[in-house]
Ligand binder design. Structure first.
Ligand code: GTP
Ligand code: MG
Length: 258
């Protein structure tokens, strides 16, 4: 997964925030040795935290890969086209932890940041995106924490995708960690648009010139239209999956044939 828009301009801001934090620590007159020990501990905790989230990614990725392989071998067709994963970098994690203003302990950070582990699944068809989301959500050991349906309700800028935060158990030597993983499930058209929008937002630091804004708005409409057309063609490739999902209250009706 590419860096999030918020992750893009991390280095400068992180440096400033870390400097401010150091200043704060220095002014309380902490003993340098105690401070060094504290920093070493924090570093170790962060390393462990990231390891657990990587395991969370591995667990969910295995589930996605199993579905994909099962479909490919049994049906010659898979609703899953591509899968990408990303673990939030330490820089980006520290930046978000400072920005979201809470305690800087690992426990507090875990509680308020849910996109440390991310998996992005790209599907050919809109109905497949919902289908994959429902299949994963139905698995007994995945607990769905939140669902955001930006397909039924796109963001103001035209961004469309399904977002789920799921919690997966990770079995360690001494205990079980419950790890939240952010899933982004979308079509190829939605993904293409989001990737271009992300690069433009990064380049223009989110102050897009109006003519580019208008182009992007138009591209969002074209992507939406392409998805609707492809959905009409999908019946030729594979009939609509028969499933009763319960995750998406306002799931759009499939487009009529024709
Ligand atoms: P973050 O704090 O950025 O994670 O956002 P959030 O907690 O409000 O969650 P949301 O579900 O809105 O967005 C989570 C992730 O979806 C982001 O980190 C991006 O990867 C992606 N995303 C959300 N909105 C946009 C958008 O407008 N454009 C693009 N390209 N990606 C987006
Ligand atoms: Mg994010």
């Amino acid at each position: 997964m590419t860096a999030t828009p918020g992750d893009a301009d991390v280095p400068d801001r992180v440096r400033d925030m870390v400097a401010a934090r150091q200043q704060q620590l220095a002014t309380v007159g902490a003993d340098p040795q105690a401070l060094a020990e504290q920093l070493r501990q924090v570093f170790e905790e962060f390393t462990e935290l990231r390891m657990h989230y990587q395991f969370g990614i591995d667990e969910v990725l295995t589930k996605v890969e199993i579905l994909r392989k099962e479909f490919e071998q049994m049906h010659d067709y898979s609703p899953i086209e591509h899968v990408r994963t990303r673990l939030k970098s330490v820089e980006s994690l520290v930046e978000k932890a400072l920005r979201t203003e809470g305690e800087m302990t690992v426990r507090a950070i875990r509680e308020r940041i849910h996109d440390i582990a991310g998996i992005r699944i790209t599907c050919s068809f809109v109905s497949d995106a919902y289908w994959v989301a429902e299949m994963l959500a139905a698995q007994g050991d995945l607990e769905v924490l939140t669902v955001k349906d930006y397909i039924a309700s796109p963001k103001a800028n035209g961004y469309r995708s399904l977002h789920l935060i799921v919690r997966v158990p990770v079995y360690l030597s001494t205990h079980v960690e419950q790890v939240p993983v952010e899933l982004q499930i979308r079509t190829i058209a939605m993904d293409f648009w989001a990737s271009v929008e992300h690069k433009l937002s990064y380049k223009y630091e989110r102050n897009l010139p109006p003519e580019l804004r208008a182009e992007l708005d138009d591209a969002a409409r074209v992507a939406d239209d392409l998805d609707a057309r492809m959905e009409r063609l999908r019946g030729e490739i594979r009939p609509m999956p028969v499933h009763e999902g319960s995750l998406f209250a306002q799931r759009p009706a499939p487009p009529a044939e024709g």
